[in-house]
Ligand binder design. Structure first.
Ligand code: 5GP
Length: 187
């Protein structure tokens, strides 16, 4: 068995991070691919933990140097990308590698790694519910929330191209579904 690349995409606020921490609580082990981004850290985020935080100029220099497997300008001047060095390093261990990246990035990973990559899309029960969740999280401005909602609808239109699509309505159900997908990918 070789390590799989488990790629999660979900609109912001769909509970992706909660699902990932629940999988850990159920005893799943995986390494986590840390993306690079040019957005500013939010809350308690730290460089090298949630992301490698770069300036837009530093990010563009790495693009020019061909250091990314994939990258996207998800919002204007806010780049996100997966560094080749990160994947090469993580694949040396025999542990599944988890990715939390946007839809196009996910499809690019699939193009590159084929069946070694398992693409899972996490859906909100509805756009209204997503709006409610983003407002109650309270970490972003109204303008940014509206941008994220527009982005969410766009991302959801890609969900049919994923290997699996899970609706995060009841958390424990969604976690069990994802758990089963990962277990069967390992066989
Ligand atoms: P956030 O700012 O909420 O952390 O992330 C915003 C979006 O960027 C999310 O859709 C997230 O999945 C995406 N993203 C994070 N890392 C990467 C990456 O390495 N590549 C791509 N293409 N998207 C990413």
């Amino acid at each position: 068995m070789s390590a799989k690349l488990i790629v999660f995409s979900a609109p912001s606020g769909c509970g992706k991070s909660t699902i990932i921490s629940e999988l850990r609580k159920r005893g799943m082990t995986f390494s986590f691919s840390i993306s690079a981004t040019s957005r500013k850290p939010r809350g308690n985020e730290q460089n090298g933990v949630e992301y490698y935080f770069l300036s837009p100029e530093q990010f563009r220099a790495k693009i020019a140097d061909n250091q990314f497997v994939e990258y996207e300008e998800v919002y204007k001047d806010q780049y996100y990308g997966t560094l080749k060095s990160e994947i090469e390093h993580l694949l040396q261990q025999d542990t599944n590698v988890l990715f939390d990246i946007d839809v196009k990035g996910a499809l690019n990973i699939k193009k590159f790694y084929g069946n070694q990559a398992v693409l899972i899309f996490i859906m909100p029960p509805s756009v209204d519910e997503l709006s409610h969740r983003l407002h109650s999280r309270g970490t972003e401005s109204e303008e940014l929330i509206q941008k994220r909602l527009a982005r969410a609808e766009y991302e959801m239109s890609f969900s049919t191209q994923f290997d699996y699509c899970i609706v995060n309505d009841k958390l424990d159900v969604a976690v069990s579904q994802v758990y089963d997908i990962i277990i069967s990918a390992d066989k």
